[in-house]
Design a protein around this ligand. Structure first.
Ligand code: 2AM
Ligand code: CA
Length: 256
């Protein structure tokens, strides 16, 4: 099953690499776009996953919302995470395929075709990058490089985002912002960076990467410490085990 899902993510990733002309449609919010390629790649992934696992449900960016996380097997798919990067030719986007079993993540595959970076995990079996085991960084916040997303499509979150960012920056080494939440979380899982946060994301942005980070020994919750929401989406705080608590406390102090 894992190898077949990896092959599907790689097939989808090749389409990102081979696509130079994209037609862009605006969605709700500032800078929220979908391309014809997102739609085409999602259709391909769904068709392949249906062949592999008939009867599975799907949660994805272009689908109608469910009332509850479906029971049984449910794929949570982002055909292109980092759509703005993709539109601009920034070459930092990925395909993300998560699998929930009765609402709990069982498998995650994130593939960046530009770097040929393949991140994957199965619950209880560890996390891997291109075949090598992953371990999240054990550095404290004072030795951390911190990734963040701005939730740019919802400007009501801007003030909160930048207040937390300032509080973190004062205690950390440096900041980065990449435009792909799924890759950001995988970068935390592989200790390329140490912390990621964003005040609003959708389940397909983080479902697969969340399991990869947990299997690499990292922590991932909402910014208030609540478990991730795989139905509605919400905020995300992802970190290594020794920086997670410090950032959680900084976020809690902001809302006092
Ligand atoms: P996308 O590229 O699939 O749109 C940027 O930090 C992150 O925010 C990306 O992972 C991006 O996913 C995500 N994002 C963009 N628009 C969003 C929206 N309307 N709701 C939630 N997440 C979004
Ligand atoms: Ca996304």
């Amino acid at each position: 099953m894992l190898n077949k899902i990896i092959a599907i993510a790689q097939e989808a990733g090749r389409i990102l690499l081979d696509t130079s002309q994209v037609s862009v449609t605006a969605k709700d919010g500032v800078g929220n776009f979908v391309t014809d390629c997102d739609v085409r790649v999602q259709k391909l992934i769904y068709a392949r996953l249906r062949e592999l696992c008939p009867g599975a449900s799907f949660i994805g960016e272009e689908d109608a919302r469910h009332d509850a996380v479906p029971a049984g097997a449910c794929f949570v798919v982002d055909p292109i995470d980092g759509t703005q990067n993709f539109i601009n030719g920034y070459r930092h986007s990925c395909v993300s395929i998560g699998l929930l079993q009765d609402g709990s993540p069982k498998l995650g595959v994130v593939y960046d075709p530009y770097q040929d970076d393949l991140f994957y995990a199965q619950r209880g079996k560890g996390a891997f990058w291109n075949g090598h085991p992953l371990r999240a960084s054990e550095k404290p916040l004072s030795q951390s490089v911190v990734l963040f997303g701005t939730s740019s499509y919802d400007r009501a979150l801007t003030d909160l985002t930048f207040r937390l960012l300032r509080a973190i920056f004062d205690q950390a080494l440096d900041l980065r912002s990449s435009g792909s939440a799924a890759l950001d979380i995988c970068y935390v899982a592989s200790a390329r960076c140490n912390v990621f946060f964003e005040y609003h994301l959708e389940p397909w942005d983080y479902c697969a990467a969340a399991l990869i980070l947990e299997e690499a020994g990292g922590r991932i919750t909402q910014i208030g410490g609540q478990p991730l929401d795989f139905l509605q989406g919400g905020s995300v705080l992802a970190a290594g085990p020794y920086s997670y608590g410090t950032v959680l406390e900084l976020a809690q102090n902001l809302s006092k």
